[in-house]
Design a binder for this molecule. Sequence first.
Ligand code: 6CS
Ligand code: FE
Length: 299
Amino acid sequence: MTTTQHEQTDHYPTRLSTASRPIDRQHPTVWGTAADGPFTAAELEAHEARGFTVLEDVLSGDEVLSYRQELSRLTSDESLRDDERVITEKTSGEVRSIFEVQRFSAAIDALSRDPRVLGRARQLLGSDVYLHQTRVNYMPGFKGAGFYWHSDFETWHSEDGMPLPRAVSCSIALTDNYPFNGGLMVMPGSHRTFVPSVGETPEHNYKSSLKEQEVGVPSQEAVTELAHALGIEQFTGRAGSALWFDSNIMHGSGNNITPFPRSNIFLVFNSVENALVEPFAARGVRPDHIANRDATPLR
Ligand code: 6CS
Ligand code: FE
């Protein structure tokens, strides 16, 4: 462990000047119990071991249609194009993501407070929670670019000052996720290992990292070691299914060259007991729409 400029103990040093071995996670994955919410004891045990949980049919067909209409409304609203919360594809210029999406959509705001979603986040994190980050991802057909292997927590720890991996993401599919249209790949169990990265965080890194992450990614050696030890699984599922995944699980996605878009709503819940402090490996903080610094409990 090292201390950083703000004396908060850094349990997960990263963005180092020289390569350093992966370290074992020192903290739980599941912080609550079966009595605290909808997940059963067996589901919690599996989530603790694998670091992710797939739930089919969380949203009904009608709900999926209503959120798809919401996404179409947002992408066709020209006034949003200049909003810094809208990220476009590097090559095609098409909308890739819209951050802080609950501010643009009352329906998505309500979804983040829905007991089927909020109840599970509280249960996994064992406390009240707040939204660290939200986005809708469009992954359009033919031109959707994927994301190289990474741990979200490595970025949220380095650049946002998230102390511990006590955060969980819920990705709700609004289109069918096939193996071939850029579906998310995860390494089961990789959340139990923290892979430090090499290389300092550049100023305003988020201006490029949200299109294509280059800093904070694991070495090919670390990815190879984890992949051989743990294997790779791909999240496939019908529209309306949800993937809950731990903040530190190693994941990535390929490009989407098929005609089938892969759109999802992405909600990141952080424990109110894990509120952001000063970044552990970056100068200056990222904007609130990427890393919310108001830890007021979500109700
Ligand atoms: O930097 C971030 O916060 C975002 N980047 C990636 C590649 N995944 C997590 C998160 O949305
Ligand atoms: Fe990610």
